[in-house]
Design a protein around this ligand. Structure first.
Ligand SMILES: NC(=O)c1ccc[n+]([C@@H]2O[C@H](COP(=O)([O-])OP(=O)(O)OC[C@H]3O[C@@H](n4cnc5c(N)ncnc54)[C@H](O)[C@@H]3O)[C@@H](O)[C@H]2O)c1
Length: 259
C-alpha cells in the first residue's frame, strides 16, 4: 500500500531543489501533486518528469506572497483533482544581508514570500482541505541561531515555526483536525545552498574552504540530500504521523545538537 494513496498534495517551491524531491517522493507514494512555483521555466519540467515516471502531477503557477494567487491555485487544484489533503510550504525568498547592510526591500520580500506565504497558504488551503489533512512548513536551522549575514532569512524562518504552532493549535479545535508541523533542514545540497556558499565566502577564502568549514560543524560529516527532507515530509504528511501536530522535525545531521 502506498503511503499517500488517494491524497492530493500541493508543494510550493515545487520547482526548487527540495520541493522537487518532495513532489517526486509524494507522487511515488501515490499522491496527485500540484507543483506550485513562481518559476514557469522550471516548474512544468518537474511535473513532466513525474508523469514520465508514472506519477500524477501538474504544474500550477503560484506567487506564494500573493493571497489572490493562492485563491486561484486552490480553486484550480480542487477543480482538477477533486479535493485537497496535503500542503507543503517550501517556497522562500531570502537574500543574504546583515542588519546594518540589508536594504529594506530585501527584508520585506523575505517576509512576503517566506512568512506571509506560509500564512496565506495555511489559511487558504485549510478552508478547502478534507478531514485529516496535513500541512508541512519548511523552516530552517537558521531559525534557531543568530545568522550574521542572513538576518531576514533567519527571522522569517523563526516566524514560520511560530506560525506553525499557532495554526496547529487552532486547527486542532476545528472538526477537520488538520495537523500542522514544520521541518527545519540543516545544510542540504541544492543550487540555493551553493548560492549561500558564494555569498558567505569571504575575501581570500574559497567557496571550497567555506564549504569544508561548514561540513566540519555537522556531526554526521556530510551535507544532506533533498531526499532526506522529502522523507521527513512524507512522514509528517502521511497518516503515520496522525498524532503529531504543532512540532518541528530537525533534519540536520546533528548540527543543532552539537555543544
Ligand atoms: N538547501 C538548504 O540547505 C536549506 C536549508 C534549510 C532550509 N531550506 C529550505 O528549504 C526550502 C527549499 O529550499 P531549496 O534549497 O530547495 O531552494 P530553491 O531555491 O532550490 O527552491 C525554492 C523555490 O521557491 C520558488 N519560489 C521563490 N519565490 C517564490 C514565490 N514568490 N512563490 C512561489 N515559489 C517561489 C523558487 O522558484 C524555487 O523553485 C526553502 O524553504 C528553504 O528555506 C533549505
Amino acid at each position: 500500500m502506498k503511503r499517500l494513496e488517494g491524497k492530493v498534495a500541493i508543494v510550493t517551491g515545487g520547482a526548487g531543489g527540495i520541493g522537487t524531491a518532495i513532489c517526486r517522493v509524494f507522487a511515488r507514494e501515490g499522491a496527485r501533486v500540484a507543483v506550485a512555483d513562481v518559476s514557469e521555466r522550471r516548474g512544468p519540467s518537474v511535473a513532466e518528469m513525474i508523469r514520465s515516471a508514472g506519477g500524477e502531477a501538474q504544474f500550477m503557477r503560484l506567487d506564494a506572497g500573493d493571497p489572490a494567487s493562492w485563491r486561484a491555485l486552490i480553486d484550480a487544484v480542487v477543480g482538477q483533482f477533486g479535493g485537497l489533503d496535503i500542503l507543503v510550504n517550501a517556497a522562500y525568498s531570502g537574500k543574504a544581508g546583515a542588519v546594518d547592510t540589508m536594504p529594506d526591500d530585501v527584508w520585506d520580500e523575505a517576509f512576503r514570500v517566506t512568512t506571509d506565504g506560509v500564512f496565506y497558504g495555511m489559511k487558504t488551503a485549510a478552508a478547502a482541505m478534507r478531514a485529516r489533512g496535513a500541512i508541512v512548513n519548511i523552516a530552517s536551522v537558521a531559525a534557531y541561531r543568530g545568522s550574521t549575514h542572513n538576518i531576514a532569512y533567519a527571522a522569517a524562518k523563526s516566524a514560520v515555526i511560530s506560525a506553525t504552532k499557532s495554526a496547529a493549535m487552532r486547527f486542532a479545535e476545528l472538526p477537520h483536525k488538520i495537523r500542522v508541523n514544520a521541518i527545519a533542514p540543516g545544510m542540504i545540497q541544492t543550487p540555493a545552498l551553493e548560492k549561500t556558499f558564494v555569498a558567505l565566502a569571504r575575501e581570500g577564502r574559497s567557496i571550497e574552504s567555506t564549504k569544508a568549514a561548514m561540513v566540519r560543524q555537522i556531526p554526521l560529516g556530510e551535507i544532506g540530500d533533498p531526499n532526506d527532507i522529502a522523507h521527513a515530509a512524507l512522514f509528517l504528511a502521511s497518516d503515520d504521523a496522525r498524532y503529531v501536530t504543532g512540532t518541528e522535525l530537525i533534519v540536520d545531521g546533528g548540527f543543532l545538537a552539537r555543544w
